[in-house]
Write a protein that binds this ligand. Structure first.
Ligand code: NAG
Ligand code: NAG
Ligand code: NAG
Length: 371
């Protein structure tokens, strides 16, 4: 008698649970992400025991321990996953349970990685680009595919309901070339963009239907660039203290990327390709910081929260190593450690993508608010 009651309850719950999930499915079944440290949730940290994302201040605001992310908390990709009711994406390298771990998406992003393959950076002194370029990340996806779905039908149906995010990537290609002139950097942009286009096309050929291609951030406002490229000429800076030449370079990069998205759309009219305007989404934070909860001081707002000395609180010492300090309230600053944003900045950027107006066209409506 007892047993039959238990069965009855289990059956009822199971039925009701299925009924709810069928009536109200999530907009995306899974998210697959490719990129660099701005979206790496643990791949580089898995490979290297002592890299920065394992130092104590990393993760301190949200995870309360270094979480393999190069920030004090969540990244844009984490806020996107939350808004769409999905778990934080597991890092590809750290997957243990197949298929359970990978059903709702996988993150292939790798800190330090580049749009172009590592061979393009071999001759540059002082630069050691990781081998995990965008092409390598795509190869990981191909390798994992037989575990994601079995037949073409199964893959098509799964990928049709998944979101594929290709980038941001290319920022490191520029970082590794900082010894070059802006003109030399500009000449390298078309090849970087071609690589992003190639991977996006290849994913569509694998069955992806809805894809996001983010542009790049305003690097002229990036604390690492500001401290490495200090200029004595006032006219090199805009009214917000950002380096005009590097922002103009990124505007060029993003224009090229948007053009290449148009060619992908022509080739694959059935695909939906969303452009994330990281540039303007992030730039507004520097323009009216107080509107987004940051400090309003025009000099302080450009400094890193966690770092060493110098005009930007950022030098050769990495956040978390001796001779560095952490600011008292990371939620008041845009920059975390020089190259990377704080969780507070990533949250505002993610809001601008999910709630608008910085996604073109917008994603499917998100069932949850970013909080
Ligand atoms: C790997 O995943 C486990 C849990 O699944 C987590 O505790 C650990 O921190 C992860 N490692 C890295 C390097 O991200
Ligand atoms: C993009 O793909 C084309 C065609 O396969 C290839 O010739 C080209 O080298 C690729 N470009 C990059 C940057 O990977
Ligand atoms: C920290 O700074 C002091 C004083 O400049 C220097 O002597 C020391 O070597 C630095 N520590 C590290 C780990 O670089």
């Amino acid at each position: 008698m007892k047993i039959s009651i238990l069965f009855g309850i289990t059956f009822a719950c199971g039925f009701f649970g299925n009924f709810i999930s069928n009536a109200n499915p999530l907009p995306y079944e899974a998210i697959f992400n490719f990129g660099d440290s701005t979206s790496d949730t643990g791949n580089a940290a898995f490979d290297h025991l002592n890299v920065m994302e394992k130092l104590i201040p990393y993760g301190s605001t949200y995870f309360k321990h270094p979480s393999g992310r190069q920030s004090n908390g969540r990244l844009i990709i984490d806020f996107i996953a939350e808004a769409y009711g999905l778990p934080f994406l597991p890092a590809y390298k750290n997957i243990t349970k197949i298929p359970d771990d990978i059903k709702k998406g996988v993150n292939f992003a790798y800190a330090g990685s580049t749009a172009l393959d590592v061979k393009y950076f071999s001759g540059i002194s002082g630069v050691s680009a990781p081998k995990e370029s965008l092409n390598v990340q795509f190869d990981w996806f191909k390798k994992l595919k037989p575990d994601l779905c079995k037949s073409k039908e199964e893959c098509d149906s799964f990928f049709k309901n998944s979101l594929f995010i290709v980038g941001e990537i290319g920022g490191n290609d520029i970082f590794y070339h900082l010894s070059k002139t802006i003109t030399e950097l500009r000449e390298k942009v078309p090849l970087m963009v071609e690589s992003i286009k190639n991977t996006t096309n290849a994913l569509i050929e694998e069955g992806a239907v809805e894809l996001v291609v983010p542009g790049n951030f305003p690097m002229g406002c990036n604390t690492d660039i500001l401290s490495k490229k200090i200029s004595q000429k006032k006219e090199d800076y805009d009214e917000f203290g950002c380096l005009i030449a590097y922002n103009t370079l990124i505007e060029y990069f993003n224009e090229q990327l948007k053009k290449s998205i148009e060619t992908i759309k022509q080739k694959h009219p059935q695909a939906k390709i969303v452009y994330f305007d990281y540039y303007n989404d992030a730039k507004r934070l520097y323009q009216t910081p107080q509107q987004y909860g940051f400090i309003s001081d025009k000099v302080e707002i450009l400094k890193a929260c966690c770092g060493g000395s110098g005009p930007y609180h950022h030098d050769e010492y990495w956040c978390g190593t001796p001779n560095t300090t952490v600011c008292s309230d990371p939620s008041k600053l845009i920059n975390w450690d020089g190259p990377h944003f704080t969780e507070a900045a990533y949250k505002q950027i993610a809001k601008g993508l999910i709630e608008g107006p910085f996604a073109y066209p917008s994603l499917k409506p998100a069932p949850f608010k970013i909080a």
